[in-house]
Design a protein around this ligand. Structure first.
Ligand SMILES: Nc1ncnc2c1ncn2[C@@H]1O[C@H](COP(=O)(O)OP(=O)(O)O)[C@@H](O)[C@H]1O
Ligand code: SF4
Ligand SMILES: [Mg+2]
Length: 311
């Protein structure tokens, strides 16, 4: 059984100028032990997806569909139930470590917060646990460093502290949103190595626009375009033999492939083409791609693709 099974998830935002659809009928599952990356260009709805699962979207968001976690639909859970789930069962490593940490609390207090909320750890036991977490994330002199404030650390160290906070209560599922963005190449490589080792036996939803991060960490990858999943499969297969023209374009546009950008731009939310949403940018488009909306279909062993060429 899947640890998290999302079915028919749609998210829209109400704004003064009308309703803006961002995610459209998403089906998505993570089994225990899988590390699934959700990739796609900036603005395609990756963060909104993660926030939907955490039930942390702002009040102008309208969510429909279901998200079964251990058999319970968390989209229908009360806020009280979500407080039991967030941090304890499902924990998030938020985007942008500079803002995700509280500037007026020491990092030790911030890590202890979640432990105090969800476990019976107190006093010396609590301090020992914070020290153990910091040590396991390669933070030297943990006793001294836990007394410091976030601004006293580098970006890479703050990222480690965020990871320590997420792992504090040994959650079933970790959601990491752009865990390597804003880090320079050397620190990024170190953070990736660290994430790889600490996530080895865990279940991870990795949200990233960075293909290198996805290929380093994820067992499976889902590709999001204009609010829809357009391709899914085991990461090494999907990267070696991308099926969807958008995935092919993403790979060709990566720095390691020589930076060949996909022509055009993603459609603005609410202004998606009638047929295939990628059609205006697709070099493989056929006549019927303009008028027929492809569905996500199984293709071979554990792969799925949304493209009329594979019908
Ligand atoms: N609170 C909000 N109100 C209206 N639109 C929003 C809100 N939050 C996000 N969006 C829109 O949702 C889309 C997806 O955003 P996001 O999930 O942050 O993209 P990504 O993480 O893939 O870069 C964007 O077009 C963004 O403008
Ligand atoms: S359905 Fe047509 S336009 Fe869409 S990705 Fe496939 S070939 Fe390109
Ligand atoms: Mg984002």
């Amino acid at each position: 059984m899947s640890l998290l099974a999302i079915a028919d998830l749609s998210v829209q935002f109400e704004s003064r100028s009308g309703t803006v659809p961002v995610l459209d009928h998403i089906d998505f599952a993570i089994n225990t032990g899988e590390r699934v990356a959700l990739i796609g260009e900036s603005g395609c709805g990756k963060t909104v997806f993660g926030m939907s699962v955490m039930r942390l979207l702002p009040s102008n968001a309208r969510i429909t569909g279901s998200a079964l976690y251990a058999g319970r639909d968390i989209l229908r859970a009360s806020e009280r139930e979500m407080q039991q789930i967030r941090g304890k069962k499902i924990a998030m490593i938020s985007q942008n470590s500079a803002f995700a940490l509280n500037p007026v609390l020491t990092v030790g207090d911030q890590i202890a917060e979640s432990l105090t909320l969800h476990t019976s750890c107190r006093g010396e036991g609590l301090e020992r646990e914070v020290i153990r977490l910091l040590t396991s994330l390669g933070i030297e002199r943990p006793k001294e460093n836990m007394q410091k404030y976030p601004h006293e650390f580098s970006g890479g160290m703050r990222e480690r502290i965020l990871i320590a906070m997420a792992l504090a209560c040994n959650p079933d599922l970790v959601i990491a949103d752009e865990p390597t963005s804003g880090l320079d190449a050397l620190v990024k490589a170190q953070t990736l190595r660290l994430l790889k080792s600490v996530m080895q036996d865990r279940t991870l939803l990795l949200i990233t626009h960075d293909l290198g991060t996805a290929s380093a960490l994820a067992s499976h990858t889902a590709v999001l375009y204009a609010g829809e999943i357009v391709e899914y499969g085991p990461t090494h297969e999907l990267f070696r033999h991308p099926m969807h023209p958008y995935t092919q374009g993403l790979l060709a546009s990566s720095p390691s492939a020589g930076f060949h950008p996909i022509p055009g731009m993603s459609p603005a939310p609410g202004q998606v083409p009638h047929g295939c949403r990628f059609c205006p940018r697709c070099s493989s488009a056929m006549d019927r791609c303009n008028s027929t909306h492809p569905s996500l279909k199984k293709s071979g062993n554990n792969r799925q693709v949304r493209c009329l060429r594979y019908d």
